[in-house]
Structure formats: structure tokens, C-alpha cells
Ligand binder design. Structure first.
Ligand code: SF4
Ligand code: SF4
Length: 391
């Protein structure tokens, strides 16, 4: 997607309605005009978290978040990003390799499988968080019968979006080559960020990508299996639950939003909606949970307050990033579950529900590692022609 300057009326609605920036109409208009005319940052947007909620607000569908991204890409292409954030086989120490220090033997065994899937037309695409951090979620009968693909080699390449369309194109085509060699025609997706990349970014930019591979969320997959009688959900729980939509889905089709709600109803839950839902969802704040505690507390607090307003006892998420809400929500008596855990419970399994523990242990390890090696965050690189290069 691109910002469409021709249709932008410079009304400022997108930025006035942004739940996090709290701008007056006048400042919002000034900021959007400044960004359009100079293609440089506006001080008013220093707390922007890149959630794309403003795209859902814009009455002329001009994609204002893409204007913000265009400016960010320009800056990052010059300044680079810490090497540490690049989950790639080209980077020996990164946020994924550090995760390998926890429960190493099990992760190594699993990764051997995820990095060497057999040829298959249909596969589970895991994404990095399920491969390296929230690994418990994959320990279920629900994921038997199809190969799993994951790990750094098959990372969706989300970081390429920070370096412009040319780099996105290169990454998308190289992934497509890998997928074609494996004979994949359909992926069942777990991470909303990976789905956003595959279905929202690569499929829009690269016609072969769109024509070669079909994508389905795991909620859609489980619903299909349920209707074909290939799976039985025997343990029904009639609790009041709300589903938190990930912002990575903004711009995708309605079915992606309907599926988790339909699945929760099949599982017996009483589904209630927060004020901001579907395409108008609020962000969980995970992107700033480590870098800006004050903003993070405000953003996550707004989301949890909406769940409290409707007396939800449980909150379901489909994104492991959104599991950042679990700890503050528990402090306010709302328990957060990943959708996979709820499906596991419904088939009679007992998931360990260690999502908060795994996240906290990982965060502590990252903090300790970075404290001992501050250069990990100082050493900046960029992607150029598909390769990671020093700045
Ligand atoms: S992007 Fe949309 S909402 Fe924002 S100023 Fe332009 S027309 Fe108005
Ligand atoms: S991307 Fe999110 S935080 Fe940034 S201006 Fe848009 S709505 Fe606000």
C-alpha cells in the first residue's frame, strides 16, 4: 500500500482520532501538511507506534500510516537499525538466537524439524515467535498431520518493510523461491504479523506471490476441520470472553476478523465485543513495551479498560505479541489466552499456560544480554539488495 496524496483532503481526521497522540485539530492538520510537503517527520508524531488505526479512520482511504512509514523508511535506510533485531542466519547473535538459551534441547530438536520440512502442498507456517519463544503453543494434537515450517531461514522478513519496496520485493521473491521448491500451495498461518506480510504486503506487490499461495488463519483451518467432523471440541466453556484483534490484520479481508469469533462460539464461549474491534481495534502496545514504559502502560491500560467495561472474564488473542497484555490484564482480573490454548482445552488437552512466564523469562534474558553487551544495540546495519550491510 501507498499513501494516496491525490485523495488526501488534509482534514487531519486521521491524527485527531488517533487514540494515542491526542492532537488538536489544528496541530493534526499542521502535522499532516508538514509531512506531505516536506516528507520529513513531524514532532507531533514522536509517540506514533505505527499501528495503522488511522488508515481505518481516513474517510478518503488515503492510507495515512503509509505516509508515516515512507518517512520512517527514509530515515532508517540512512541510519540503519541495530543488527540485534535482524532474525537472520546472517546475524550470529540476534533476538532469536538469544531465545535459544532457554529450553535449548527442546528448541533445537523442534527447529531441526521446522527448518527441514518435507515437500508438501499444505503446511503450518509458524513464524519466529512460535519457533523461538512461545513454543508451548505448538505442543498439541491439533497440529498433527501437516509439516511445520519456521525458524530464522523462513522468517517472513517483516523488517524488510523498514527498507522500502525494493527490499520487500527481493525478500518476497526469495521466500517464494523457497516455498516453490517445497511445493507449497497453501499455508496455515499463526502469526498475524506474518499473515500481514504474506497476504497484505508480498501478495500486493508481487503478482506471482498472490497467484501461487493461498493463506488461511489457524482459526479458519480449525473451523473447517470442525465442520468436516475431523475434529471434536468436547470441553465447552461458557465464559464471557472478548477477542482482541491484532493491528497487523488492518487492511486484510473480513473473514480474518470473523473466524476467531466464530471459533470461540463453536468452543462454547459467550463472545462480547470491546468498543474498538475488528478494523478499528486498538493496539496492545507491545512494540513499545520495552522502549517506552509510560506510553506502553497507557496503551495497554486503554485496551484492558475496554475489556473491563464489558465485564469480560477472559481475553483471547491470536498474536503472541498481543500476549504482552496478559500480565497487566491478570492484575485486573482478566485472564488472557492464545486462541491455540483455547482450542487445546476444547479437545481435552491441558496446555501449561506459561505464556506470561515464557515472555518474562525471555525479556529478562534479553535485558541481561544487552546490559552485558551494549554494542548489540549500537551496531547498526541496513538491508541493501537483499543483504544485511553495516552502516
Ligand atoms: S489521510 Fe485521510 S484523514 Fe488524514 S488528512 Fe488525509 S484525508 Fe484526512
Ligand atoms: S499509526 Fe497509530 S499511533 Fe501512528 S498516527 Fe496512526 S493511529 Fe496514531
Amino acid at each position: 500500500m501507498k499513501f494516496i496524496e491525490a485523495t488526501c483532503e488534509q482534514c487531519g481526521n486521521c491524527l485527531v482520532e488517533c487514540p494515542y497522540l491526542k492532537l488538536s485539530r489544528e496541530s493534526a492538520k499542521e502535522a499532516i501538511i508538514h509531512m506531505i510537503e516536506t516528507r520529513t517527520e513531524s514532532e507531533s508524531l514522536k509517540n506514533c507506534i505505527g499501528c495503522a488505526y488511522c488508515d481505518s479512520i481516513c474517510p478518503t482511504h488515503s492510507n495515512p500510516s503509509e505516509l508515516i512509514r515512507e518517512i520512517t523508511v527514509k530515515n532508517i535506510s540512512k541510519q540503519g537499525l541495530p543488527r540485534f533485531y535482524f532474525i537472520s542466519e546472517e546475524v550470529p547473535v540476534n533476538s532469536a538466537t538469544i531465545a535459544m538459551q532457554l529450553e535449548t534441547a527442546t528448541k533445537e530438536k523442534n527447529l531441526k524439524e521446522y527448518l527441514n520440512p518435507p515437500k508438501s502442498e499444505e503446511m503450518f507456517y509458524l513464524g519466529c515467535s512460535l519457533s523461538y519463544i512461545q513454543t508451548d503453543l505448538l505442543n498439541t494434537k491439533l497440529l498433527e498431520g501437516l509439516p511445520k515450517i519456521g525458524g530464522a531461514k523462513y522468517c517472513c522478513g517483516g523488517i524488510a518493510t523498514m527498507f522500502g519496496d525494493e527490499e520487500i520485493n527481493i525478500k518476497g521473491k526469495s521466500l517464494l523461491d523457497e516455498f516453490n521448491q517445497l511445493g507449497v500451495k497453501k499455508f496455515i498461518m499463526f502469526c498475524p504479523g506474518c499473515l500481514g506480510m504474506m497476504k497484505g504486503v508480498y501478495s500486493n506487490l508481487i503478482p506471482e506471490f498472490k497467484n501461487s499461495i493461498e493463506f488461511q488463519t489457524f482459526s479458519q483451518y480449525l473451523i473447517e476441520k470442525y465442520h468436516k467432523d475431523e475434529i471434536q471440541f468436547t470441553t465447552k466453556i461458557k465464559e464471557r470472553i472478548t477477542f482482541h484483534d491484532p493491528c497487523a490484520w488492518i487492511g486484510l479481508d473480513d473473514e480474518v476478523y470473523s473466524a476467531p469469533r466464530e471459533l470461540l462460539e463453536i468452543l462454547g464461549y459467550d463472545v462480547v465485543e470491546m468498543k474498538h474491534n475488528r478494523k478499528m481495534t486498538l493496539c496492545c502496545g507491545s512494540s513499545v513495551s520495552d522502549s517506552n514504559k509510560e506510553i506502553y502502560n497507557e496503551i495497554s491500560g486503554m485496551r484492558i479498560a475496554e475489556a473491563e467495561e464489558i465485564n469480560a472474564k477472559l481475553m483471547a488473542v491470536s498474536c503472541t505479541g498481543c500476549l504482552s497484555l496478559a500480565k497487566p490484564a491478570r492484575e485486573r482480573n482478566i485472564e488472557t489466552y492464545h486462541m491455540l490454548e483455547l482450542a487445546q482445552i476444547a479437545i481435552g488437552e491441558k496446555p501449561p499456560h506459561r505464556t506470561i512466564e515464557l515472555r518474562e523469562n525471555y525479556k529478562k534474558l534479553i535485558e541481561k544480554t544487552v546490559k552485558a553487551n551494549p554494542d548489540l544495540l549500537k551496531d547498526k546495519v541496513r538491508i541493501k539488495n537483499g543483504k544485511i550491510q553495516p552502516i
